[in-house]
Design a protein around this ligand. Structure first.
Ligand SMILES: Nc1ncnc2c1ncn2[C@@H]1O[C@H](COP(=O)(O)OP(=O)(O)OP(=O)(O)O)[C@@H](O)[C@H]1O
Ligand SMILES: O=C(O)[C@H](O)COP(=O)(O)O
Length: 433
């Protein structure tokens, strides 16, 4: 994998205008944008660029059209500004786009033209643009008004910093083929982390290691590509289900958890698919690899504001009707911990229980996290956009684990052996230089 880094261009960036695509995408907390590790990471790359004398235009997105997180980036700008009081001038001219949302408006164009070394302009949410997420070839993206407007305003270099969005072939990720592309600090760091994880997955294939995946949270669709490839090439030994993934595994094994537990499984995502839609695919994988999937033995229900645990074959009808499964139970926690003690690597994505709905359901995640913090023989990896917030809720520093990735889907895809469009664009630019 060969691409340019910012260091390669450090002597050429003085007074140059650089467009940097960061990924600060986050779930809002009570309607507000929290200060996240992704924002702190993006700031490091921005500071490096201004440190080399560049004028920096920052592009980011938040949410997807139709979601509550699909908001203006004014709050991001305020946070960057607050975190970076030494910046001589940081500008956020409100909406930076034209009335058709195809390119920049006059104010934004003029601001970029006049942007001086060390100054920073933060663009509005890139996904407000009509063609940011359109299905288009790389060459067509390079002709879009937004890209041309930036180049006409003097942007001479492009930096991809948002590794966590590099799996999307979007305009701001792959559309800047006309100028030199560089990897930002987040891309460099995450690729190193991914390479270490891949090394450990390869050791599992040869029987020299023992890799465990812990898959929790609500977005189970993210797991399939990696599960399929890792099960096929034997790079995973055990899969510990948590979150909605554990509920669907139990349903596949014939357990009736009750209607309230099925409600989140029936909820459709932005592609119109629910967790239950993956039942058949998952069932096939579980039947083919029964020794890999470790089944929960007990579950924790939320009933009348309390945490009540039941063995999976002893769930009373009343609990099924009145409550919902929000965590794994004590026996399962012990079982999972035993599996982890025998592992040399654990890759964990998504909380095991719904700790954010009710702190009583933090137990599964908290105990697994504690073990990973204590047992330094296990190379412990956590990934996901909201992982940073989960860790801070559990008073854990990223340094207490072996590697904390800021990426969810992008890391999964790279571990599944897929090329990421954003990284491919960096490589193409390197070859062309
Ligand atoms: N047993 C459960 N039942 C219902 N919801 C659950 C359960 N366990 C976890 N959750 C919910 O899963 C959500 C987090 O899942 P998600 O897939 O978004 O995780 P993530 O790793 O933060 O993902 P990403 O970083 O890709 O956004 C939380 O809102 C939590 O309440
Ligand atoms: O948060 C993320 O995982 C990235 O920003 C990608 O977001 P997306 O899944 O909405 O494309």
């Amino acid at each position: 994998m060969q691409f340019h880094t910012i260091e390669d261009f450090k002597d050429k960036l003085q007074n140059q205008k650089v467009f940097v695509r960061v990924d600060t995408n986050t779930t809002l907390e009570n309607g507000e944008m929290p200060l996240t590790s992704r924002i702190e990471q993006a700031l490091q790359t921005i500071n490096k660029l201004t440190g080399y004398g560049a004028a920096v235009v920052v592009g980011a997105h938040n949410g997807r059209s139709g979601e509550t997180s699909f908001v203006s980036l004014g709050p991001l700008f305020s946070m960057l500004q607050k975190q970076n009081p030494s910046v001589p001038k940081m500008i956020c001219p409100g909406n930076t786009y034209d009335s058709e949302y195809e390119g920049l408006n006059n104010a934004a164009r003029d601001t970029i033209k006049n942007l001086q070394s060390g100054e920073i302009l933060v663009l509005e949410n890139l996904r407000f643009l009509k063609n940011e997420t359109a299905k288009m070839s790389i060459d067509d993206f390079a002709q879009q008004k937004f890209v041309l407007d930036l180049l006409d305003s003097g942007v001479s270099h492009y930096v991809l910093d948002g590794f966590s969005v590099a799996h999307r072939a979007h305009m701001s990720i792959v559309g800047f083929s006309k100028v030199p592309n560089m990897a930002g600090l987040a891309v460099e760091k995450e690729l190193k982390g991914a390479a270490k994880i891949k090394e450990l997955l390869a050791q599992n294939q040869t029987g020299d290691g023992r890799v465990t995946f812990i898959f929790g949270g609500a977005k189970i669709q993210d797991y399939f590509q990696l599960m399929e490839s890792a099960l096929e090439n034997k790079s995973v030994s055990k899969i510990l289900p948590g979150g909605l993934f554990s509920s669907i595994c139990l349903i596949i094994n014939g357990y009736d958890l009750g209607q309230p537990s099925r409600v989140p499984l029936e909820k459709k995502d932005s592609k119109g698919k629910s967790t239950l839609d993956y039942q058949e695919t998952l069932q096939k994988l579980m039947e083919k690899h029964p020794d890999v999937f470790v089944m929960p033995e007990d579950v924790a229900y939320l009933i009348d504001g309390k945490r009540v645990e039941y063995a999976i074959d002893e769930i009373p009808q009343e609990a099924r009707e009145k409550g919902a499964v929000l965590d794994i139970g004590e026996k399962t926690i012990l079982k999972y911990k035993q599996v982890l003690q025998e592992s040399n690597m654990a890759y964990w994505k998504g909380p095991i229980g719904a700790f954010d709905i009710n702190p009583l359901f933090a137990k599964g995640s908290q105990e697994v996290l504690q073990l990973l913090k204590e047992n330094k023989q296990i190379f412990s990896v956590m990934g996901g956009g909201d992982t940073g917030q989960m860790l801070s809720k559990f008073d854990t520093l990223p340094s207490e684990l072996s590697y904390v990735s800021l990426s969810g889907g992008a890391l999964i895809q790279i571990l599944a052996g897929n090329d990421l469009p954003g990284i491919a664009a960096l490589e193409k630019s390197y070859k062309a230089s």
